[in-house]
Design a protein around this ligand. Structure first.
Ligand SMILES: Cc1ncc(COP(=O)(O)O)c(C=O)c1O
Length: 418
């Protein structure tokens, strides 16, 4: 059985200064209070008898709670029972591997991806930018794009005979892997930095995964998870390892879905970045579509992250050819920027090349800006987005404010708020 590569992590100080990461109290108090269930965004409403959501972004639409299972229950009970049947087969270790894989693929196909691309007409009017589309990854089962790579890798692990998977995470990816592993009854170990404060811990445990608290930062947790994988023949789902092509391919689906809606490439795709896998995968997806003659141009990729806390953004801004690590002592997370900060980006080089090759751009947003844009999305478009992901909207609108972007199509990738 193949073991995963362990990549050395070598910090290199570049003297970056901490900038504007403190959360402004007025903004914090203003933070969006709306709870959401899957599909609570306005664009997810497809059922005829559902009513327009109230302005607080709450999850109730008329008397029908818009959770995937409930929305599907009456007319599509058959679909649900079939899905349950597929889940049972995927979990059943007495079944043949082929049967389990086929059932798992059915669950993967029906549950993950095909997220909405919605036009943000009200933000367009307010900011004078046409045409702005939001690719809302909150429609995935655990509310982020991480479900795409989690399911792809659990399928790969099952096919290759692994009995357990591991990853390091600050929450979103851990929840996604825990869910995917639970579908096939596979053991899942999630290494989480001791300083992590998110609500995801409970969800990860509820999904049956084992949480391993790591005493250091995210990069230390990755190292521990990689070591565990290498020592005990556990499938290593961390970024930057031998699974990178599979992860990029899974994220490339986002590009195909955008193409399916727009029938060509947008001018810009703006993406929140941490390790850079999402941005690199989306660009690769567009390159593939271009090579196949489906789109007339490649989009410019915009990368957005937290101020002074991301090696990709910093290396791009400094005109470097490869992604240089930041000084670990300068990285301080807050509950807002947590998903986006690192001193080492595991797919930094690929993401940096995507930014350069696409004549793209990269910039940072403060916690305050992320929260402001999350509020804007909720108030103007009825969308409950994770504030960190709103860095991508903040950066695009800031560019437009600096030098107006011509009328074209602009896509911002967002995740949901759980
Ligand atoms: C909500 C959210 N957006 C964006 C990212 C960045 O993704 P990547 O690590 O692929 O750059 C993350 C990473 O965890 C995330 O949780």
């Amino acid at each position: 059985m193949a073991k995963e590569d362990k990549r050395p992590v070598r910090p290199e100080s570049d003297g970056d200064e901490d900038q504007d990461t403190s959360m402004d109290d007025s903004v914090k108090n203003d933070e969006i209070k709306g709870k959401r269930t899957r599909g609570s965004s306005r664009m997810m409403v497809e059922t005829k008898d559902l009513q327009v959501p109230s302005g607080d972004g709450g999850a109730e639409y008329g008397t029908t709670p818009l959770v995937l299972d409930a929305a599907a229950a009456a007319p599509a009970g058959k679909y649900l029972s079939e899905l349950e049947e597929q889940r049972a087969i995927a979990r059943d270790s007495d079944r043949s591997l082929d049967e389990r894989l086929e059932a798992f693929d059915d669950v993967f196909d029906s549950e993950v991806g095909d997220t909405s691309l919605v036009r943000a007409r009200n933000i367009e009017r307010e900011f004078g930018l046409r045409q702005l589309f939001l690719k809302f990854e909150g429609g995935n089962p655990t509310g982020s794009q991480k479900d795409r790579i989690a399911f792809a890798q659990v399928g790969d692990a099952l096919r290759r005979g692994y009995e357990a998977v591991t990853v390091a995470s600050c929450g979103n990816y851990g929840a996604a892997l825990a869910l995917a592993a639970s579908v096939v009854g596979m053991r899942c170990e999630v290494f989480i930095p001791a300083t992590f404060h998110g609500r995801r811990l409970e969800e990860i445990e509820r999904l049956g995964a084992h949480i391993k608290r790591s005493p250091g930062d995210y990069e230390t947790a990755v190292e521990q998870s990689q070591l565990r994988a290498a020592t005990d023949e556990i499938y290593d789902a961390n970024p930057g390892g031998p699974n990178t092509p599979l992860q990029l391919q899974a994220y490339g689906e986002i590009s195909s879905e955008i193409y399916d809606e727009l029938r060509d490439s947008p001018a810009v795709v703006s993406v929140p970045v941490s390790n850079g896998t999402t941005l690199a995968g989306i660009f690769k997806g567009f390159v593939r579509l271009h090579r196949r003659g489906k789109i007339s141009r490649l989009p410019r990729m915009f990368g957005a992250s937290s101020f002074g806390k991301n090696p990709i953004v910093r290396s791009f801004q400094r005109g470097l050819d490869s992604c240089r690590d930041l000084d670990p002592t300068k990285i301080r997370e807050t509950p807002i920027n947590e998903p986006l900060i690192n001193w080492h980006s595991y797919d930094g080089d690929i993401a940096l090349h995507a930014l350069r090759d696409s004549h793209g751009d990269a910039a940072s947003a403060s916690d305050r800006k992320m929260l402001q844009h999350a509020k804007l999305l909720l108030e103007k478009e009825g969308l409950n987005a994770l504030p960190a992901s709103c860095a991508a909207l903040a950066v695009l609108l800031e560019r437009h404010a600096g030098e107006p972007l011509p009328p074209d199509r602009y896509v911002v990738v967002l995740t949901g708020r759980r």
